[in-house]
Design a protein around this ligand. Structure first.
Ligand code: ITT
Length: 195
């Protein structure tokens, strides 16, 4: 089976992607290749950050590595907040904050705001030593008034995708993957590689 290295330090993402690519590709984690450093994300766009993460790991693997590396950068873009926190979603409540800190801050900032429309956007960078390709996935939905559910990670307990009465944190990984930003972007990667 074809192997792809996934450049993430987020175990939840790793798990989702492993499920999504199950049987099509073998997803290799950073732990498995012996990469133990923080991956930088210094840019102001999802695409540039995704590219930087994937390239950092490709450089680590060196010229002899002939395979593919991919990385995803994801942001929650809230209409009433002019698209914030967007590319800064991981550190919305401050550097080294927890998922819960971010959820609490979002609920507080959205208190009393009627327009709850938001979207998750993922950009995946897929790189090797001769090319880079990008794949975007978007899911639209709304920010709930309080947390619901215990599955998933990040902002999942307060995001409900359009057409569903549950939050992402009330869905199984398989159900989330079918409609999510990451699931959509991964499907485009699969179509590209299997074309
Ligand atoms: P890597 O960069 O190591 O992949 P990360 O957690 O820093 O992991 P991102 O910068 O892409 O990943 O994501 C920013 C934040 O957005 C992340 O910390 C979560 O809080 C949130 N997030 C990303 N994907 C999400 C999802 O599917 N559901 C809920 N929240 C998500």
């Amino acid at each position: 089976m074809r192997r792809i290295v996934f450049a993430t330090n987020n175990d939840h993402k790793l798990y989702e992607i492993k499920k999504a690519l199950n049987e099509k590709f073998e997803v290799v984690s950073l732990k498995e290749i012996g990469f133990n450093s923080e991956i930088p994300e210094d840019y102001e766009t999802l695409q540039e950050n995704a590219h930087q993460k994937a390239e950092t790991v490709l450089d680590f693997l060196g010229e002899k590595f002939k395979g593919l590396v991919f990385a995803d950068d994801t942001g929650l873009e809230v209409d009433a907040l002019d698209g914030r926190p967007g590319v800064y979603s991981a550190r919305y409540a401050g550097i080294n904050c927890s998922f819960q800190d971010n959820v609490d801050k979002m609920l507080e900032e959205m208190t009393g705001i009627e327009n709850r429309n938001a979207q998750f956007r993922t950009v995946i960078a897929l790189v090797n030593h001769s090319s880079s390709n990008y794949f975007e996935g978007i899911v639209k939905g709304e920010i709930l008034n309080s947390s619901q559910g215990n599955e998933g990670f990040g902002y999942d307990p307060i995001f409900s995708p359009n057409g569903f009465n549950e939050s992402f944190a009330e869905m199984s990984i398989e159900a989330k993957n079918l409609i999510s930003h990451r699931g959509m972007a991964v499907q485009k990667v699969v179509d590209f590689l299997i074309r």
